[in-house]
Write a new protein. Structure first.
Length: 193
């Protein structure tokens, strides 16, 4: 029976661990909900570091008997506040030192993606989302502003065969569906010729 107590580490502090876990969970949820939408949605390198730090703060606060809930909550709120400031600066001011420090510019990121994937076709970036939406009918996310996925399949003459407009995280063209559509259009064209 002594080995069971050794394994459990004593049970006297378990109720406080549970209380601190619930409280830290609540602070985290409130902090993330009050933060920018992008707090963890985009998960770039900077965002990943923040996510790891959030996990470390929560884990340490909940399991360490020497760490109080107040200490963990203050550390978590401070981290989320700093992340929100950086996210705000990245979105609203492309010239500040904080912005240049926290991310590469869109052109550098685009060039990197083109090289990484060996793309040989034109790639656009930095377009005015609302202007493009006015021309194509695409949905625009309000904050942060970006175009939702809008896809077109064109025939050889450049006529739109299929258009797909997404207003959220689903409704995307997938390669197998496009290949099937191309086969269908070719077969139909050959049958009518």
């Amino acid at each position: 029976m002594k080995w069971l107590l050794e394994l459990a580490g004593g049970t006297g502090g378990l109720s406080w661990v549970a209380v601190k876990a619930v409280l830290m969970f609540a602070v985290t949820i409130v902090g993330l909900r009050l933060g920018e939408r992008r707090t963890l949605a985009h998960l770039g390198a900077f965002d990943f570091a923040v996510a790891v730090a959030i996990g470390a703060i929560i884990g340490r606060t909940v399991t360490a008997s020497s760490a109080s809930f107040a200490t963990g909550a203050v550390a978590l709120v401070t981290l989320l506040g700093a992340h929100r400031l950086v996210a705000f600066a990245r979105r609203h001011d492309g010239t500040s030192p904080m912005t240049r420090w926290s991310r590469r510019g869109p052109e550098a990121a685009t060039v990197g993606l083109i090289a990484k994937h060996g793309l040989t076709f034109p790639v656009g970036f930095g377009a005015d989302a609302r202007a493009v939406a006015g021309l194509t009918g695409a949905f625009v996310n309000p904050d942060p502003v970006y175009l939702q996925s809008t896809s077109f399949v064109l025939d050889p003459a450049g006529k739109v065969v299929v258009s797909i407009y997404s207003s959220g995280a689903i409704c995307r063209l997938v390669p197998d569906d496009v290949a099937g559509l191309v086969r269908y259009v070719r077969e139909r064209a050959a049958a009518s010729a």
